[in-house]
Structure formats: C-alpha cells, structure tokens
Design a protein around this ligand. Structure first.
Ligand SMILES: [Zn+2]
Length: 227
C-alpha cells in the first residue's frame, strides 16, 4: 500500500510536468488524470485530422466530401459529352476494379461514404461519382444495373457496388416496377416440335437416311476420280 501511494504521488507530480503520454506509461493514474489525458489526446487527433477535400480533382478519392447533384442534372449527365469521355458506351461498372487480390471480392463493403466523406481506397462506381444516383425516375442508370427481362438487380460482386448502394438499387427497382417507369418483357421463344418425344425418332431416322445418301455420293465421286 505504501509503495502504491508513493508511486501515485510520483505519477501525479510527473503528470503536472510531463506530457500526457508519459502519464499513461507510469502505470498508476488517477481517474481525473486519465480523463484529462484522453481529452488531450482527442485534441491532438483533431489537430492531425485533415479537412475534407472539396476540389473536383479529388472526386472519388479518400477524404473527398461527397455532395450529390440534383436528379435533373444526373439525368442530363448521362447524355452529356463528359460522360461519354469518361465511360464511353459501356455501363458505369464495366471498367471498375476494386483493390482486392483475385478477380472478385469475397465480402461486400458496408459503405464507401462515412459522415459525407469517402473513407475507402477505391469507392464503388456510384459512390465515387457526384452525378450518379439511383432513383426510380432515372431509368437509364437503373437499366445498367438490372437484367433486361426480369429487372432483377445484378450481382454486386460483378458490378462492384457496396451494400448500401445495392440495397438502394433494389428499393429503386421495386419502385420503378410499381410506378411503371420500367417495364419487364419476355423474349418470345419459337419451339421446333420435331425434337419432342415421338418426333425425335422420326428426326433421327431422317438424319440417318440423309447421311447414307451423302456417303453414297462421296463414294461415287471417289470412284470417278480414280478412273
Ligand atoms: Zn459505395
């Protein structure tokens, strides 16, 4: 007990003189000192933290403050020349590559944006661009991420979306189906009834006959060429 008191006395004395980190190293700290040290450490962290990047040059990069454009501008953007210069005629996710080993990531990201700032290395194709946003009225973008016949959302491991955007996509697709902005269609299929059950036997016999005739003709040609 005595030794502990001595140590605490030394600790309190040193804390008043030395910095907060040395207080933590001493091993014997009072609650008041700990709170003060934590507060000081937080202040240090705040000093070190950089302000968010706002220039368009840093768009999509970590630390960039995301401000999504209004819907009207987003729709205009897909028809503009600047969009064609970046993406061409391909869908938005075509040339996207996430920073993982292997072809596809095993797990999806929860989000790319935290507190309005991009927090990941290679943000997903929707989070990284200010002018891309899922909305049931924005049908051209939804079509890029959905199957044309069934209007089901594509696998996010292929498109590279994060969990948040994938959920958002599913909700907006449901809305689009419900409100009639997108319609699903079925490709008409023409079936050849020759290949069904009893018809298949007849078909095979016909094929055999054709093959036999072909063999005859080729043998005749071979004989003619020899003579
Ligand atoms: Zn994302």
């Amino acid at each position: 007990m005595l030794s502990r008191r001595i140590f605490s006395a030394i600790g309190s004395f040193s804390s008043s003189i030395l910095s907060t980190r040395t207080v933590l190293l001493n091993g014997v700290i009072s609650r008041a000192e700990l709170c003060l040290s934590c507060h000081l450490l937080d202040a240090e962290k705040e000093k070190k933290a950089r302000p968010p990047l706002t220039d368009r040059e840093f768009e999509g990069k970590p630390g960039y403050l995301v401000v999504k454009a209004p819907l009207e501008k987003c729709i205009e953007y897909l028809k503009s020349e600047s969009y064609k210069a970046v993406y061409g005629d391909d869908p938005v996710w075509k040339n996207y590559r996430r920073n993982v080993v292997g072809t596809y990531a095993i797990r999806l990201r929860t989000t790319c944006i935290r507190k309005g700032i991009i927090s990941t290395g290679s943000a997903c194709p929707i989070c990284r661009d200010d002018y891309l946003k899922f909305d049931y009225r924005h049908t051209e973008l939804l079509k890029q991420f959905a199957a044309p016949e069934t209007l089901q959302a594509m696998n996010p491991k292929i498109t590279g979306l994060c969990e948040k955007q994938y959920k958002n996509l599913q909700i907006e697709l449901m809305k689009a189906k419900d409100r009639g902005t997108l319609e699903k269609y079925y490709v008409p299929r023409v079936y050849n009834m020759k290949y069904y059950k009893g018809a298949a036997k007849q078909q095979s016999l016909l094929l055999q006959q054709e093959q036999a005739e072909l063999d005859k003709n080729t043998s005749d040609v071979y004989v003619q060429s020899k003579t």
